[in-house]
Design a protein around this ligand. Structure first.
Ligand code: ADP
Ligand code: MG
Length: 397
């Protein structure tokens, strides 16, 4: 069982919230504050409930303390987003006597943002002594950082057993509700999965986990060409994973056959000799890609077929773009899947995966989906069906 922040008593307690403030920075500017805004409901609720709020996050990949990756800029942005109603104090470390004093001096309504957790290598090493030091700052542990839940680090897993009470925040709850309950455990049928992106090898475990659950698995993206080649279909210069990955694709096709689950491959393509679309772009009449061409998007017949499948579904999970969507000429497949999902109001529609989420965002469909996951790698591992360390740590008997 997992408790949520609302289930706890926070009055006067030191509430340590692991947030995902891993925002993009350019010089002294936060260029995208989405991740900070997404943590606001949990932060606000903890403050309303009378907690003394301590926030902790990693930022970038520092090697030791690096002023360029300090969370100090994030503190300024957060204060602004809280509408100036709460003082946001920045701590110049995340452990140590100074921080302890700052925590003890915290008054209700104030927020203390710790310095970048990854300034200490012990964070990623999930070091026990460091975990205990972090835990010593808190009466209550709350995790709202789904994006790092697939990592067993000190702040996501190691410290949790050393804090008296634990719970998930609102963002974490939404991820578990959609990816866990509405997709993996209790999907309304028909349940359709769409998988694309660059490599079969990245998605093998997801395919294996979803095949027994779905009514159909639709494949697009570069990944489709490894499946086609495994069946002996000519794929020209398309991006294919050779060698044992071909055998693996063949095995997945066999598994699908055995389960009687349609594993649907594109029936036509948008092709070009150049991956950036310089030179003539053509539609193929069938599954075959001409010898000197690359398959860079699903074709119109495939788009129509996938759209129909999506329209008839009650649950749709999508990971991985249908083509090289960064180039406009090859974005139509990805756009048509996003459009079909956004129109189906009777279905639970969920996007997992960094590039797919970015595509949906960029094309303006994000707010028409039931849920767009905030964790790229984490959502993929979640869909593989394995418990994420950051979520497992929150389980109570
Ligand atoms: P996600 O992050 O959503 O899991 P991936 O990282 O697996 O997705 O794949 C995204 C990348 O795959 C994109 O950069 C896209 O350009 C590329 N891609 C998709 N289809 C093709 C294709 N047919 N040929 C080459 N690259 C492709
Ligand atoms: Mg990606």
């Amino acid at each position: 069982m997992i408790r949520y922040i609302d289930d706890l008593q926070l009055t006067g307690k030191r509430v340590f919230i692991r947030v995902d403030f891993n925002v993009p920075l350019e010089g002294r500017r936060v260029t995208d504050d989405t991740r900070i805004r997404e943590a606001l409901p949990t932060i606000r609720r903890a403050l309303e409930m009378g907690g003394k709020v301590i926030l902790a996050s990693h930022l970038g990949r520092p090697k030791g303390a690096d002023p360029k990756l300090s969370t100090v800029l994030v503190a300024e942005k957060l204060a602004e987003l809280l509408g100036g109603k709460h003082e946001v104090i920045h701590a110049d470390d995340c452990v140590g006597d100074n921080v302890k004093k700052q925590v003890n001096d915290l008054k209700a309504g104030q927020v203390l943002l710790l310095e970048n957790l990854r300034f200490h290598k012990e964070e990623e090493a999930n070091d026990e002594a460091f975990s205990r030091e972090l835990a010593a700052l808190a009466d209550v542990y709350v995790n709202d950082a789904f994006g790092t839940a697939h990592r067993a680090h000190a702040s996501t897993a190691g410290m949790v057993p050393f804090v008296k009470e634990k719970a998930a925040g609102f963002l974490m709850r939404k991820e578990i509700e959609y990816l866990g309950d509405k997709v993996l455990r209790n999907p309304q049928k028909p349940f359709v999965a769409i998988l694309g992106g660059s490599k079969v090898s990245d998605k093998i475990k997801v395919i294996e986990s979803l095949l027994p659950k779905v009514d159909a698995l639709l494949v697009g993206g570069a990944m489709a060409y490894t499946f086609l080649k495994a069946q002996g279909i000519e794929v020209g210069k398309s991006r294919v994973e050779e060698g044992d990955k071909l055998a693996l694709a063949a095995k997945l096709l066999d598994t699908a056959k055995r389960l009687k689950t349609p594993l649907v491959l594109p029936i036509d393509h948008i092709v070009c000799a150049d991956p950036d679309g310089k030179g003539p772009v053509q539609e193929t009449p069938d599954q075959v890609v001409p010898a000197d061409m690359m398959g860079l998007d699903i074709g119109p017949k495939t788009r129509a077929m996938y759209t129909q499948r999506i329209r008839d579904a009650k649950t749709v999970i999508w990971n991985g773009p249908m083509g090289r969507f960064e180039v406009d000429k090859f974005a139509e497949g990805t756009r048509s899947v996003a459009a079909a999902m956004s129109i189906n109001k009777d279905a639970v529609t969920v996007i997992g995966g960094g590039d797919s989420a970015a595509a949906v965002e960029q094309m303006g469909y994000a707010d028409k989906m039931s849920h767009v996951s905030t964790g790229g790698g984490a959502s993929l591992e979640f869909l593989e069906g394995q418990p994420l360390p950051g979520i497992k740590a929150l389980e109570t008997k």
